[in-house]
Design a protein around this ligand. Sequence first.
Ligand code: FES
Ligand code: FES
Length: 491
Amino acid sequence: MHIHLTLNGEQTTWDTAPHELLLTALRRAGMWSVKHGCETGECGACAVLLDGKLINTCTRLAVQAHGAAIETLEHLAPDQPGRRDNDLHAPSPQATLHPLQRAFIETGAIQCGFCTPAQLLAAKALLDQNSEPDEAQVREAIAGVLCRCTGYARPVQAVLRAAAQLRGEPVPPVEMPAITVGGLADQQPHAPPDDTPEFPDDSFGGRPVDTLTRTRLPVMVVAQPETHVVNKAETKVDAVKLAKGRPVFTDDMTLPGMLHAALLTSPHAHARIRSIEVAAARALEGVHAVLTHQDVSRVMYASGGQSYPQPHPYDQVSLDSKVRHVGDRVAVVAAETPEIAQRALALIEVDYDVLPAVLDPLAAMQEGAPQIHDEADAVGIHDAAHNRSHHIHVKHGDLEKGFAEAAWTFEHEYRVHQVQQAAIEPHACITYWDEDDRLVVRTSTQVPFHVRRIIAPLLACPCAASASSSRASAVASAANRKCSWRTSAHI
Ligand code: FES
Ligand code: FES
């Protein structure tokens, strides 16, 4: 069906399906500043101005925009042909930016930048109505756009600064606190204190450990001369493109002929897969692959591998014949569209032998509790029979002395729930073989070298043999051994 609307000041007609989300239609129209976050109306990253009001586009159908005027961040400061806005060394690179964008950059209100387009639009909607808002009004205006990395102090400062500029008032340069390392200039080189802990030999389950990572590191503090850059606040190098909402995140990428993956996940907390039937899914037109535990190599890995060597336990495989939580991976489909991939998932038949589950951490450690990891090939589980995957003992200072000297002591048992950092950017991944037969992995991560180290063995990629924690060696190895790892995200 056809709908007519005004998009960023231009009359336009869209051919849209009745069920298409406004979010999808806008991104299909090239409005990449409209970010795809939670898809459930909670994060606000997908917000645009519809007839001047901030609305979420993931909870609205495109047809509901018929006859409306939509404004996205692309309209705030349109790109000018031939102008390189993101060249910070060109004269006045920020001259083409809106005062709000400039203020966000100047105040350091942008970290990953995923929430920035919607925050800027929320601020614009406010300033269009109220040229002299107070702090509470700014906070209220941007409250619907969640930011998990910058927080709100800097964006509020940025909006108040932009408002003053738009009123024609002079604004002072933004003062950034210099980073100081306590009395750096006065410090003399010194050795580590005597109680610096050594890692025991078996910290990493007996796997080969680099001497430098196991033994005490000498701490050397040396006075440094004053420089123009080091120890000074700087404009973020990617701030301009983020302030313009350009397509820089993995989810913003599309490639010719790209296939879309979808996961079939477990409805059970604990079950063994007796059989899994995928013939109908494979036969569906547009499906290119359906993988189960029968199709992938069984390579054990540690999912929490943000260090080198990776600490134990190695208790995961890509796809297993057993599921250990609701949502555990059962099968993966690759198809020409996300819709075909979803239809294929519905055609997979799984026969589960449902096992007793453990739902409480203390009950899980009792004698006779159902054993979640009973696989024989797991490596380094601390006490698999009692479902204790890892054991960490931390001691710092003299505990008895601390209690003896304390004015008050309290004893209680505390429990915390599982914590997720809740990045607004979705976890996404695009891979392809490049022109030199290198596997390129573009994914939402801060640490491409960790991603490479964990994925390479699973794919039996030769660079797995040299995987290390060093970014430099990751790049060098990638160039030599047919693996390339890029990060497009900043979570
Ligand atoms: S509110 Fe729409 S993506 Fe989160
Ligand atoms: S800068 Fe706000 S979510 Fe990252």
